[in-house]
Write a protein that binds this ligand. Structure first.
Ligand SMILES: NC(=O)c1ccc[n+]([C@@H]2O[C@H](COP(=O)([O-])OP(=O)(O)OC[C@H]3O[C@@H](n4cnc5c(N)ncnc54)[C@H](O)[C@@H]3O)[C@@H](O)[C@H]2O)c1
Length: 328
C-alpha cells in the first residue's frame, strides 16, 4: 500500500480524488481547508482509518510533513483566471513560489513521484488545436504562475524523483465540495433552479473538458505504475463549443433550445481546443466516462446535498471576500 500526500486535497477535485485513492492507499490531505466539507466529514468517509489530515498553509511546509510519503499530488493554489487577478502577489506567492518550495522539500524528503496539477490555460488563446508540443501563451496571472511553477518543478526531476505535469481542461462533475463556477456545473445548477441557461456571447467559443471521474482514473493509473518517466500530459476528454454543450444539457433535461438565453453583451474571448499526444503514449487507452452519467450524478448530488451558489462554491466570491473584504 502506498502513502500519498494530496496538497490542496480539501478542494473540489481533491475531495473527490481523496475518496478514490483511499480505496487502495493511505492518504494524507494537506490543505488550509478554505472549503470545509472534507475536513468536517473526515471521520465519516469510507476507509477514514487510512486518512490523515494536515491543516496548514503550503508556505509553512516542513520536511516532517513528508514522512513516509511515496507520492505527492499537488492540487493547490488559486484555481482560476479571475480570482488570480484579485491579488497578483498572493497568486505568485502560492501558485509559483509555494508550490515550487513544496516540491523542493518533497524531493529532499525522499518522495519518489510528484504529480503536479496544472492547466490548459498555459496555452492561452490559440487558433489551432494545441497539444503538449505547442507553444505556450499564458495570458492571466494564474496561467503565468502555473507555467513558471511547472518549469521549475520539471527541472527537479531525476531518476529518483519523477515529475508528472497534468494540464487539466475545465473540470466538471460531482464532488461534495462542489464548484458552481465551472461551465457545465453552472449550466446544470441553473437548469435545476431556474429552468434556463445563460450563455455568454454567441456560444461559438470552443473549450476542452474532462470529468472528475476521468481525472481520478488517470491519477490511479499513474500511481499504480512503477516505472513511468517524467512527462507533461494534457488531460482532455472532449472539446465542445459552449453552445453545443448548452444544447446537450437542455436535451438531458428534456427541455428545448428556447431554454437557452444568449447574452451578447457578455463576450467570452477564451476560445481554444486541446488534444493530447502523450496521454496514450504513457498511459494507454483511457475509457472516458459517459457524459450523461456524469450529469446524472451531478443533478443527484446537487439535490441530495442541497448545494447552493455561495462563497464555498464560487471561488471568485470566496477570494473577493478574503482579499477585498467584500461580502458578495
Ligand atoms: N477546476 C478546474 O476546472 C481546473 C482546471 C484546470 C486546472 N485546475 C487546477 O486543479 C487544482 C484543483 O482545482 P480545484 O477546482 O479543486 O480548486 P479548489 O479551489 O477547489 O482547490 C484548491 C485547494 O487549495 C487549498 N489552498 C489554497 N491556497 C492554499 C494555501 N496557501 N495553503 C494550503 N491550501 C491552500 C484550498 O483550501 C482548496 O482546498 C488547482 O491547482 C487548479 O488550478 C482546475
Amino acid at each position: 500500500m502506498k502513502t500519498i500526500l494530496i496538497s490542496g486535497g480539501g478542494g473540489y477535485l481533491g475531495t473527490y480524488l481523496t475518496q478514490v485513492l483511499l480505496k487502495k492507499n493511505k492518504v494524507v490531505v494537506y490543505d488550509e481547508f478554505f472549503f470545509k466539507w472534507l475536513f468536517k466529514n473526515r471521520k465519516k468517509i469510507k476507509f477514514n482509518n487510512r486518512l490523515k489530515i494536515i491543516k496548514k498553509d503550503i508556505l509553512n511546509v516542513t520536511l516532517r510533513d513528508f514522512k513516509n510519503i511515496d507520492i505527492v499530488c499537488d492540487l493547490n493554489g488559486i484555481p482560476n483566471d479571475p480570482s488570480s487577478e484579485l491579488n497578483k502577489k498572493h497568486t505568485w506567492g502560492v501558485n509559483y513560489y509555494g508550490r515550487k518550495k513544496f516540491a523542493e522539500i518533497a524531493k529532499k524528503a525522499g518522495v519518489r513521484r510528484y504529480i503536479f496539477n496544472s492547466t490548459c490555460a498555459v496555452y492561452g488563446f490559440n487558433k489551432n488545436t494545441v497539444n503538449e508540443n505547442s507553444k505556450t501563451n499564458p495570458l492571466s496571472t494564474y496561467a503565468k504562475a502555473n507555467l513558471k511553477a511547472e518549469k521549475a518543478i520539471l527541472k527537479l526531476s531525476s531518476i529518483n524523483f519523477k515529475v508528472n505535469i497534468l494540464r487539466n481542461s475545465t473540470l466538471f462533475g460531482f464532488s461534495q465540495n462542489l464548484r458552481l463556477d465551472l461551465v457545465i456545473n453552472i449550466f446544470v445548477n441553473s437548469l435545476i433552479n431556474t429552468g434556463n441557461i445563460k450563455v455568454d456571447g454567441d456560444g461559438k467559443q470552443w473549450r476542452p473538458f474532462i470529468s472528475l471521474t476521468d481525472v481520478s482514473k488517470i491519477y490511479e493509473k499513474i500511481i499504480s505504475k512503477e516505472n513511468l518517466p517524467s512527462f507533461v500530459i494534457n488531460l482532455v476528454a472532449f472539446n465542445s463549443t459552449i453552445k453545443n454543450l448548452a444544447f446537450k444539457i437542455v436535451k438531458y433535461f428534456n427541455l428545448s433550445k428556447k431554454n437557452i438565453k444568449f447574452v451578447s453583451k457578455n463576450k467570452d474571448p477564451r476560445n481554444y481546443k486541446t488534444k493530447s499526444k502523450n496521454l496514450k503514449k504513457y498511459l494507454g487507452n483511457i475509457k472516458f466516462t459517459s457524459f450523461n452519467n456524469e450529469i446524472n450524478n451531478l443533478v443527484k448530488g446537487i439535490k441530495k446535498y442541497r448545494i447552493k451558489s455561495n462563497t464555498s462554491t464560487i471561488r471568485m466570491k470566496f477570494y473577493k471576500r478574503k482579499f477585498l473584504n467584500k461580502n458578495k
